[in-house]
Design a protein around this ligand. Structure first.
Ligand code: SER
Length: 313
């Protein structure tokens, strides 16, 4: 059977890289991208509207005979704290609707959870797959609730929904957005053209991170895995890197001149509530997860690509 794929939040940080990967793998005509706005150079099938127009979404699912959804729409941690009601409405409302469509039309679903599902009471080092989940951000609350809702739809209705807890994703195609880990992207975006960056976190703040190519690889691997292997229906820990803001600065300085000033703001509290390192052995055992990028490779790749994009020598 041909897979016909719908991607929500298609032009955000992850979608901007996932959509082309899916187009390459399944063909341009089999990938439908939806988001609030689209980049001018996008080639493919897209719809531009608010995800909360659920009747319209349902018509698109029917019209294109969708079989699989990558549901990426989400307000991140910083944006969520600025508007908790909207964060709940968007993150949980859209997930519930997608899961109901999955029940009705027998769709397979990918939905990302996050390290934001963890909190201060979670073991900080080598955080286990099954552990205490008491987040203190509304974004984290939607991630824990979403994980449980996914598991419930799988147990109760047999919906084939799969999820990973993404670490901070470091990427370069889209500018940094309203997340806590996006400082890492901003360090490149501001550092490359100006040689300076003011970091909103302390220099010793260590957070689990991952290059975007590894994040895309994880989503595709998980969705291709045989369903019998997916024994975790909440969300899988997946790990790649874990670096401090200072370690990132030092790595970037091997390529370009950079002065970073550390001026922690509200984001520090959020970062402090997340773990330092994750134990992802369950994902490695159950569906063969492995990552490819270390910090030097990630840094080199982002600088090369961003210099080209920004037309900086
Ligand atoms: N990148 C997200 C954030 O910082 C974490 O999932 O909000």
């Amino acid at each position: 059977m041909v897979e016909r794929i719908l991607v929500t939040g298609a032009f955000g940080q992850i979608g901007s890289e996932l959509v082309p990967a899916l187009q390459r793998e399944y063909g341009k005509d089999n990938v439908i991208a939806i988001d609030m706005k689209k980049p001018q150079d996008f080639e493919g099938i897209s719809y531009i509207f608010d995800i909360r127009r659920y009747d319209e979404l349902k018509e698109i699912i029917k019209k294109h005979r969708i079989t699989t959804v990558y549901h990426l729409v989400s307000l991140l941690s910083v944006a969520g704290e600025a508007n908790p009601d909207l964060c709940w409405e968007l993150n949980m409302g859209s997930l519930k609707n997608i899961l109901d469509f999955a029940r009705e039309f027998n769709l397979k679903v990918f939905w990302p959870s996050s390290i934001a599902a963890f909190g201060k009471t979670t073991p900080r080092y080598n955080t286990p797959q099954q552990t205490i989940l008491e987040p203190t951000t509304i974004y984290g609350v939607t991630k824990v609730s979403g994980e449980l809702l996914c598991q419930y739809y799988n147990l109760k209705y047999g919906v084939d929904v799969r999820s990973v807890r993404f670490p901070g994703i470091v990427s370069w195609k889209t500018p940094p957005s309203q997340g806590t880990t996006e400082y890492s992207i901003a360090m490149f975006y501001e550092g490359i053209p100006t040689g300076r960056y003011t970091c909103p976190l302390r220099e010793d703040t260590r957070i689990p991170m991952m290059y975007v190519d590894d994040a895309i690889k994880a989503a595709l691997m998980l969705m291709k895995a045989d369903s019998s292997k997916i024994r975790t229906r909440t969300s899988y820990n997946i790990a790649a890197l874990s670096f401090t803001a200072k370690e990132l600065e030092e790595e970037i300085k091997k390529h370009i001149p950079l002065v970073v000033e550390y001026r922690p703001d509200d984001r520090q509290k959020i970062a402090d509530s997340w773990p330092d390192t994750l134990d992802d052995s369950t994902a490695r055992e159950e569906w063969g997860w492995s990552h490819d990028y270390d910090l030097p490779r990630l840094t080199k790749e982002i600088i090369t690509n961003l210099k080209k994009k920004m037309k900086v020598e």
